[in-house]
Design a protein around this ligand. Sequence first.
Ligand SMILES: *Cc1c(COP(=O)(O)O)cnc(C)c1O
Length: 435
Amino acid sequence: MRYFGTMNNNNGTLEIGGISVKKLAQKYKTPLYIIDQQLVEDNILNYKNNFKSNLFETEIVYASKAFLSKGICQLLSKYDLSIDAVSAGELYTIKSSDFPMHKVHMHGNNKTIEELKMCLDYNIGSVILDNVEEFNLLNKICEEINKNMDVMLRLNIGIDAHTHEYIKTSKHSSKFGESIFGDKVIDTIKKISDSKHLNLLGFHCHIGSQIFDTKAFLEGIEVMIKFLKKTSETLNIKIPEINLGGGFGVYYTEEDVEIDIKSFMQEMIKHIEKISQKENVNLEKVTIEPGRSIIANAGSTLYSVGYTKETFSGLKYVFIDGGMSDNIRPALYQAKYEAVVANKLNDPLTETVTIAGKCCESGDLIIKDCHLAKTDFNDLILVASTGAYGYSMSNNYNKLVRPAVVFVKDSKAQLSIKRETFEDLIKNDLPLENL
Ligand SMILES: *Cc1c(COP(=O)(O)O)cnc(C)c1O
């Protein structure tokens, strides 16, 4: 397993943030999400220090769906980052952390009236409009209450980059944004720019997640700048900003050649400067929206080993006290991870096992064919890089309670999200009156 951030082997036991995972397990029980706070802060600074230009302002917006808690909002606020939301629940969570709401940007392809009103009520920074119907609705609400809002328009730019390569064929069927290839888009942009209540800042795109092919991003930049130029000339309007989304790929296993954020942010900036100068486009601001690449490697999940089993077919299982309820990604889309026996780091990796959870689904596997030290009952297994889309996709299947989240730094641990209780499991559950 690759070590990240402050992970350290202290006499065979893994430490994170200077604290032994054995101590964390004793104090907070397992399963437990552990966030290496120093690594989160380093990742934030890596973006801040390298995604900047002398020609235009830059903004870094953390994509909150990767992992959202009051604690992460406080950390982002400490470094002056912005944050996005895609639902009323995310907006509410962000607001509850006292985050400066003018640095919140609202996404989503189907925002409800309630959500749009909440954006206005909270005075957030901007709404990224997905389509013309949404424009009509937001415009009408703004007229009714005589309020203004900054907006961007999300574009489908025909680059659909999902995993290892980007595909330019499935581009037209995405549910997000307005396609730049139709004629409709110009009418939509004209409507927005004519609105008295909505102020069109510019265009947004997000071409996918866990992308390794940096060419896809560079090509996206060119498409965005050229489209901005064409549109502002056609409509004779000024469009000062672009937002290029997130999706920078990270390391989970040896199959992944992650994007080096420092050098790629510098490369992106140079590319944006070059293309905008070449096209004679005067950009005032460029925004990016990293989620996974800020939090994935900073988070790990600590489990206790229960039983082991060798099946008739010869497959060896190690069972852990969590599973698809705290990490659904392997079951959902065959996501891969690395793990160690965190209290036996110096033991040889003699075993090839499947780490399986305790949920009632055969697909409740966390890692297949994992090379581990030989385990005993109550050993600790740490699965690395679960910080993104782990807690945020967690669920109560089989009425398992969501684990706690603890932030560690400088040999101190802070409980950031409490473990759910049985009471939490039934707090919204009402007995029937009529039987
Ligand atoms: C999910 C998402 C992101 C972040 O993607 P990551 O792969 O986590 O970096 C950014 N922008 C938008 C609009 C998104 O939907």
